[in-house]
Design a protein around this ligand. Sequence first.
Ligand code: TEU
Ligand code: CA
Length: 550
Amino acid sequence: MKGKMKQNWWKSTVVYQIYPRSFQDSNGDGIGDLPGIVSRLDYLKELGIGAVWLSPVCRSPQADNGYDISDYQDIDPLFGKLEDMDLLIKEAEKRGIQIILDLVLNHSSNRHPWFLEAKKSRENPYHDYYIWRDGEEGCPPNDMRGVFGGSAWEWVPEIRQYYFHQFTVEQPDLNWENPKVREEIYEMINWWIDRGIGGFRLDVLDQIAKEPDKKITRNGPLLHTYIKELSRRTFQRGELITVGEAWGATIENAPVYSNPDGSEVSMVFQFEHINLDQKPGGEKWDLASLDLVKLKEVLEKWQKGLYQKGWNSLFWDNHDLPRIVSRWGNDKEYRAESAKMLATVLHGMQGTPYIYQGEELGMTNIKLSMDQYQDVETLNMYKERMAQGYSRESIMESLYAKSRDNARTPMQWDDSQHAGFTEGTPWLPVNPNYTEINAASQTGDPDSVFSYYKTLVGLRKEYEILAEGEFELICREDPDIFAYVRTLGNQKLLVAANFHGTEVPFSIPLEFDKEEGKRKIRTLIRNYPDTEPGMLRPYETFMIFAEQGE
Ligand code: TEU
Ligand code: CA
């Protein structure tokens, strides 16, 4: 158990997310696994991160790549054995890295023994572990839709009832109203804590307290009662890092989830900033360009709104999102510059930064053909939009920009066959640009995107102002520049960034420009070798620290 960790240690650390399937294969079956991760721990140590969030590795039929769990207390054979997990925890710990387990508690797999029992009869002791409604075949209880398309209700003819599922039919929703379900969950979590797990990422935490009759899925009335009980019975046993994925978190309720008193979880992982490039009222597939002024406004709202009231996660990427350098940077002539710029803007703010595997190399999106895409969301969307009469071109355009498989192509380790990811055939194609973009060519190069991330991770540990400083946006209406100042006591930090590929005028505020009297000024990081007075060059960025002496 993690009794000896410093309180709130996660406020000055950086988390690295691993999508195990795509990180490192060790046995040639084309699928990444736990021994593969162990073999790459030194790479993570060099980067300097303090925790690894592992996307699900528990036993699963893989209908949604592990987000459909059939045994919460075992490892899927695809990824290894329980002993491999024990070894990973131990070897990571030796390198100062905590392992964060991805807990999918909103739903289980439809092949979980609980569900297999539950659907046998209405009297079965496990029946109430899930959410059932009477009805007639073909007439579901209401018109609710699943997140990945289709009805949210599935008919089970044997017992003449519908069950509720917010995601695929293979992911029946668990019934949190049932105290037996909650007890089973606490017991399982405590078992993992005793095994040495350093924290948990809670999948769709805002959706566990659903009330389908009222069509409520997010932020249900009992949500915070459940989270508080969950936290008290499990997380509060040690200094764990707990992260609640919450698409429904708002600036009003986020302080409840992430209350500094530790009554719920350490931090929220919310998405308001990352959904801005879609048409208002549309879906993520309805593409729109990013309005930088709007992005600044949203991030400012979260920076100010949670200050001393809660804690946020800082991220551009994860396994559900496209690659940020292709999305809001420039993955062609300014790939390295724009990757570094985006990293600077993010890592300069308050919160716990997350790096998604390959982001630290500036990995990019990929264009796949329909027979290569694997993701269930992508496949469903294609079918649905074809049936609705969208053109094939527009569908492919949306997938190139937003398919979850963009983030899931194998990690690019070196320029050997399959990028050093596997000796077999990778489950999803490797991005052909691996010969140019790979870890081996970047780790020793002081100018690489990797080295830049490494510096940012180090700065977070060294400068308290990054974790604690107050946030002030400057150049608010500027359509090209993202700049802000952080303040902590007699220290100040300027972060400036040009989001576009042209030169723009910018004057460094005086307090960061001239060393005066007792003021000391230091450039902490920048993506050009020097600074040019009065302007920012394409995607230029820097961080300047100023301290007033006695
Ligand atoms: O994601 C929650 C979620 O709402 C996403 O499915 C999101 O709507 C979608 O990815 C946008 O493209 C979590 C996991 O991160 C995701 O991988 C799982 O598929 C999902 O829960 C179900 O467990
Ligand atoms: Ca493997």
